[in-house]
Ligand binder design. Sequence first.
Ligand SMILES: *[C@@H]1O[C@H](CO)[C@@H](O)[C@H](O)[C@H]1NC(C)=O
Ligand SMILES: *[C@@H]1O[C@H](CO)[C@@H](O)[C@H](O)[C@H]1NC(C)=O
Ligand SMILES: *[C@@H]1O[C@H](CO)[C@@H](O)[C@H](O)[C@H]1NC(C)=O
Ligand SMILES: *[C@@H]1O[C@H](CO)[C@@H](O)[C@H](O)[C@H]1NC(C)=O
Ligand SMILES: *[C@@H]1O[C@H](CO)[C@@H](O)[C@H](O)[C@H]1NC(C)=O
Ligand SMILES: *[C@@H]1O[C@H](CO)[C@@H](O)[C@H](O)[C@H]1NC(C)=O
Ligand SMILES: *[C@@H]1O[C@H](CO)[C@@H](O)[C@H](O)[C@H]1NC(C)=O
Length: 425
Amino acid sequence: MGATTAFLLAFIASAHFVNGQNVFAHFMAQNSYSYAQQDWTNDMTTAQGIGIDGFALNIAANDYEVDRIVDAYAAAEALGFKLFYSFDMSYTWEASDMVNIVANHSSSSSNFMWKDTLLVSTYSGESYGEDFWAGFKSSLASQGINITLAPAFTTYRDPANASSLLNTFPSIDGFFNWWSWPADVDANLTTATDLAYQSAISARTGPYIMSVSPWQFKNLDGAGDWVEYSDTLWNYRWQQAVNDVKPDIVEIVTWNDYGESHYIGDINPIVNLGTQAPFYVDGFDHSKWRDVAQYYISYYKDGTAPAITTDEVVFWYRAYPKNITCSTGTLPRNAAFPEDAVFALAMLTDTATITLAIGSNTVNFTAGPGITMGSVPFPPEDQQIPYVEISRNGKKVADTHGSMYVNQTGCTYYNFNPWVGSVSE
Ligand SMILES: *[C@@H]1O[C@H](CO)[C@@H](O)[C@H](O)[C@H]1NC(C)=O
Ligand SMILES: *[C@@H]1O[C@H](CO)[C@@H](O)[C@H](O)[C@H]1NC(C)=O
Ligand SMILES: *[C@@H]1O[C@H](CO)[C@@H](O)[C@H](O)[C@H]1NC(C)=O
Ligand SMILES: *[C@@H]1O[C@H](CO)[C@@H](O)[C@H](O)[C@H]1NC(C)=O
Ligand SMILES: *[C@@H]1O[C@H](CO)[C@@H](O)[C@H](O)[C@H]1NC(C)=O
Ligand SMILES: *[C@@H]1O[C@H](CO)[C@@H](O)[C@H](O)[C@H]1NC(C)=O
Ligand SMILES: *[C@@H]1O[C@H](CO)[C@@H](O)[C@H](O)[C@H]1NC(C)=O
């Protein structure tokens, strides 16, 4: 091998590690109960189409999920899509079951590898303790399977706890910061947690995984019902990822967690959403949020803003003002935080005027080229539909109406989940 070739190979190898820049979406395997392989293929094709490299499979138990995951691997292998496990440790696990699950597909070409080892992540799990995690890793290693463990130990959120995380858990290699919404405050999320844990974990060999989420609202069980202030989160959180944190991996939270309103996948009618989530999920399409993701995924991977070739405005809004009374469900905690407004994210080829109108309220703003956000407050009138227009030099480029009303009356269930639409030329 010539010196130039050796240098080139070394360069490619290091570029692979330093410049991984992979994007995954958190996928609730619990919601795959009715899935056939074709359902996996459809989701993966849609995700791949916007630049998502793979799914982090949130597996909650050693049950039907392991069988559906057989289909997931078959679908992923055919598409060159990647998978890694994200064990949901809020459920009860035996380490031996987890070892079997990882070992079962350990030779699949669809496994996401981190430095030649299988990446394994979690949702929580710190209460299992260091010995559990060390034992899990050594059981796999004794079968010849080396993993990189990058868990989301969710009680580690305070930046001041980052060094204690490493001291308490010598066996963890990387870290996944689950927290992609403000912490019960009427303020935007900062990158303080990201930067502290990213810096701490850089002493180990694994990745820093940054979560990016569009929303948080859950209305399932009374005490835990919450909304987090998310009005412009889907824009500024991505900007934090591409400009400030530049993590090894971005994990979109989520593809299909309908109950927490942060799904960017389509609402698949074969998924059983239980008795309450349908009241705030059915009809509340989020698919156009993927257009925003596609832009920022490209930005994140290339390190530079992609060229915009089509004028588009993606817009979202809740169906009810926050201060009305609904006949069922519970008023979620933090209900006072969201603004009663239609939010619009313009992605423009060149400068244009964006008109946002609803009822007697109209806001015009000048935007672009690139990304600009604007909003129009909900009007006093009942039963209104927003209107969104892109115009340039006094000429209309495109316009549309939302297809969800904003109603002041007749609310039958507390719902802070937004409807998402878009208009493009
Ligand atoms: C292992 O894969 C087989 C199919 O190849 C499947 O039937 C089984 O449920 C899987 N077991 C585990 C523990 O993942
Ligand atoms: C796993 O890691 C150990 C220790 O670093 C190493 O000796 C071994 O070769 C690795 N095994 C595989 C299959 O990569
Ligand atoms: C984080 O630090 C605070 C203050 O020292 C401590 O009370 C808390 O238990 C720590 N949390 C974790 C998860 O270690
Ligand atoms: C959050 O950030 C947006 C811009 O992304 C800004 O318009 C808004 O006022 C901020 N919200 C708060 C509560 O500071
Ligand atoms: C609710 O908010 C609307 C504006 O969004 C306001 O017109 C109305 O008076 C408020 N109602 C109550 C009961 O506070
Ligand atoms: C906003 O722009 C629209 C379309 O360009 C125009 O018809 C309307 O008069 C403008 N409204 C205000 C309040 O500036
Ligand atoms: C709002 O009111 C309209 C007109 O009565 C109705 O068709 C629509 O279903 C209502 N929307 C919601 C989200 O309640």
